[in-house]
Design a binder for this molecule. Structure first.
Ligand code: DAH
Length: 341
């Protein structure tokens, strides 16, 4: 029996040492220490020994069991560590491989120009308003003093949704004047940028969709001097101190008096060149004192309040600022173009 135990010990220990996986290890545990295991069957024969032999043999058997248990535990730990190492190796990431570059977008030149305008006017206490592009003709025309029969309402110029010309794509941001007057408490200082639509063929200077920024101030004792002062300030911030402007009389149905403002050509300084088509001046915007009838229609007493308004084309402003020759470039979204700004 002594030899048997010694053989089991030796064989088991070398088998355990060679076990290559957790499953093999478990199979060996069952083979030696399980209910029908080799060591167990030897222990079962202890009953046949004489009482004198029993204690020594019992001790020996126990020491073999302990040795096997320890060996199983140790081998288990080694195998576990090996398995972990293998997994780390298999799942290893090479963090030195260069990543996929993230493409960072560019601000669109027109929005650069818009942000600059917003900043100028926010700095003067103006609020920026957003409004509907699908607009009622009553807001786009009637409440702006362009009644039935006014040439700007013509079907050939305007995108109407219905046959009785009541719903349309706004042809100007000026309806935002009315929406502001109807909803905001006085005094009012707003700008309202956004898309406008007209039936124009696409070419280097025209597009059926373009952007305007509307501006409006209503308060007591507001005069044309305030309009000129504010617009001159805007021009100096956009084009530099000392930039000359001139105001020409014009006609808009919703302002009286009305004017257009030109800036002196930045290219030739007013002498005349191809940029300003020999004029020395470049038209920038339309403006004027809000017509008393427009104030009245929106529930504001023209005897107490007065105001001014202007409308500026955003594409043209950006084209001038960034020396862009063709309007179509602004809308084509060619990354090579956008990357330049
Ligand atoms: N809405 C005009 C246009 O599209 C521009 C304009 C002119 C706006 C005079 C105004 C203004 O607010 O006072 O041509």
């Amino acid at each position: 029996m002594k030899e048997q135990l010694a053989t089991i010990r030796q064989q088991a220990l070398s088998a355990l040492e060679a076990a290559g996986s957790a499953q093999e290890l478990e199979a060996l545990r069952v083979q030696y220490l399980g209910k029908k295991g080799e060591l167990t069957s030897v222990l079962k024969m202890m009953g046949k020994l004489s009482p004198e032999e029993r204690p020594a043999m019992g001790q020996l058997a126990n020491s073999v069991r302990e040795a096997l248990e320890t060996a199983i535990e140790e081998r288990g730990r080694v195998l576990e560590a090996q398995a972990l190492e293998q997994r780390l190796k298999d799942e290893a990431l090479d963090i030195t491989i260069p990543g996929k570059p993230v493409k960072i977008g560019h601000r669109h030149p027109m929005y650069i120009a818009l942000d600059e305008l917003k900043e100028i006017f926010i700095g003067m206490g103006f609020t920026v308003l957003d409004g509907p592009e699908v607009e009622l003709a009553s807001y786009n025309f009637d409440k702006l003093n362009a009644g039935e029969g006014h040439p700007s309402r013509d079907w050939s110029d305007t995108f109407y949704f219905d046959t009785d010309s009541r719903v349309m794509l706004r042809s100007q941001t000026s309806p935002m004047q009315v929406r502001a007057m109807e909803t905001m408490p006085l005094p009012i200082r707003i700008i309202a940028p956004g898309r406008v639509y007209r039936k124009d063929e696409v070419d280097a200077t025209h597009s059926p969709m373009f952007h305007q920024v509307e501006g409006m101030v209503i308060d007591k004792n507001v005069t044309m001097a305030d309009l000129k002062g504010t617009l001159n300030m805007m021009v100096e911030k956009l084009y530099g101190k000392g930039t000359q402007t001139r105001f020409r009389p014009h006609h808009f149905p919703f302002t009286e008096p009305s004017c257009e403002m030109d800036v002196q050509c930045h290219k030739c300084g007013g002498v005349g060149c191809p940029t300003c088509k020999g004029e020395g001046w470049i038209e920038l915007l339309g403006a004027g004192m809000i017509h008393p009838r427009v104030l009245e229609m929106s529930g504001i007493d023209p005897e107490v309040y007065s105001g001014w308004a202007f409308g500026i084309g955003l594409e043209r402003t950006a084209m001038r600022q960034f020396k862009i020759a063709d309007l179509r470039l602004i809308f084509e979204n060619d990354v090579r173009f956008l990357e330049q700004f």
